[in-house]
Design a protein around this ligand. Structure first.
Ligand code: HXC
Ligand code: NAP
Length: 199
C-alpha cells in the first residue's frame, strides 16, 4: 500500500519517530528524516536503507529554524514530487517544577514542539499531495492530562493538538487529513528514560 509513497518525518532519527519511519521503509516508501544532529541523521538514513526504503533523504536541521525546514521540504519535493505523508514528531522534555523553571527552559520546549510543528506543517503545505495527503503530529497524554513538573510539555502538546484540529478544518477542503497520535509510554525511548527511569 505504501510502495513508493513519499513520507517526511520531522524528528525521525530516533525513538518512536524512527520506528514510524522504519515501518514506512519496510513497506517500500521513500522516506526523508530531519533532526539536529548530523550523526543521528546519518545513522537513521543507513537504517532506513537497510529496511528496504525505495529511497532515503536525511537533513540535519532544527525545527525552530524555519528557512532550514523549508529548504529540506523543498529538496524533498524536488526529488520525489508531492508528499503523501507528513509526520511531525520532534520534541524536547525534562522534568522541572514550574516555580523553578527558567523562561528559556519553558520557551525551548514550546519552540521545539509547538512552533516546530507549525514550521513543519507551514513549510510542507505547498508540497503536500492535494487531495490525498495525510499529516500526523506526534503528541502525548500531557496534552489533556495535567502532569506535575511537565508544565512546558503540557502547554506545548495541548498547543500541538489544537493546531492539529484547526488545520484539519483549514486543509480538509484540500483533501488533506490532519491528525495527531498520542503514544503511550514506549519502553526503550528517550522520553521514558527522562520521565520514568530516573536515576
Ligand atoms: C530545568 C532545563 C533542564 C532540566 C534544560 N533546561 N534541561 N531546565 N531542568 N532538566 C533548560 C536549560 O538550562 C536552558 O535554560 C533551557 O532549558 C534550554 O536548554 P538547552 O540545553 O540550551 O536547549 P537545547 O539545546 O535547545 O535542548 C532542548 C532540550 C533538550 C529540550 C533542553 O533536552 C533536548 O534537546 N531534548 C530532545 C530530546 C528529548 O527531550 N526527547 C524526549 C522527548 S519525549 P537557561 O535558562 O539555563 O538558558 C516527550 C514525551 C514523553 O516529549 C512522554 C513519555 C511518557
Ligand atoms: P527521541 O528519541 O528523543 O526523539 C526526538 C527526535 O526529535 C529525535 O530524532 C531528535 O533528534 C529530534 N529533535 C529533537 N529536537 C529537535 C529539534 N529542535 N529540531 C529537529 N529535531 C529535533 O524521543 P521519543 O521518546 O522517541 O519521542 C518521540 C515523539 O513521541 C515525541 O514527539 C514525544 O513527545 C512523543 N511521545 C513519546 C512517548 C514515549 O514513551 N517516548 C510517549 C508519548 C509521546 P536530534 O537530537 O538529532 O535533534
Amino acid at each position: 500500500m505504501f510502495e513508493n509513497a513519499t513520507v517526511f518525518v520531522a524528528g525521525g532519527t530516533s525513538g518512536i519517530n524512527l520506528g514510524i519511519a522504519t515501518a514506512f521503509a519496510r513497506a517500500g516508501a521513500k522516506v526523508a528524516v530531519l533532526s539536529r544532529r548530523p550523526e543521528k541523521v546519518e545513522a537513521a538514513v543507513a537504517r532506513l536503507r537497510e529496511a528496504g526504503a525505495a529511497d532515503v533523504l536525511g537533513f540535519a536541521a532544527d525545527v525552530r529554524d524555519y528557512p532550514a525546514v523549508a529548504a529540506a521540504l523543498a529538496q524533498t519535493r524536488a526529488r520525489w514530487g508531492e508528499l503523501d505523508v507528513l509526520i511531525s514528531g520532534a520534541a524536547g522534555n525534562f522534568l522541572a517544577p514550574a516555580a523553578g523553571m527558567s523562561s528559556n527552559a519553558f520557551r525551548s520546549v514550546m519552540e521545539i514542539d509547538l512552533l516546530g510543528t507549525f514550521h513543519v506543517m507551514r513549510a510542507a503545505y505547498e508540497h503536500l499531495r492535494k487531495p490525498g495527503a495525510s499529516v500526523i503530529n506526534i503528541t502525548a497524554a500531557q496534552s489533556w492530562m495535567p502532569s506535575p513538573f511537565q508544565a512546558h510539555v503540557c502547554a506545548a502538546k495541548a498547543g500541538v493538538d489544537q493546531l492539529t484540529r484547526t488545520l484539519a478544518m483549514e486543509w480538509g477542503s484540500d483533501g488533506i487529513r490532519v491528525n495527531s497520535i498520542a503514544p503511550g509510554p514506549i519502553e526503550g525511548t528517550e522520553g521514558v528514560a527522562r520521565l520514568v527511569h530516573l536515576s
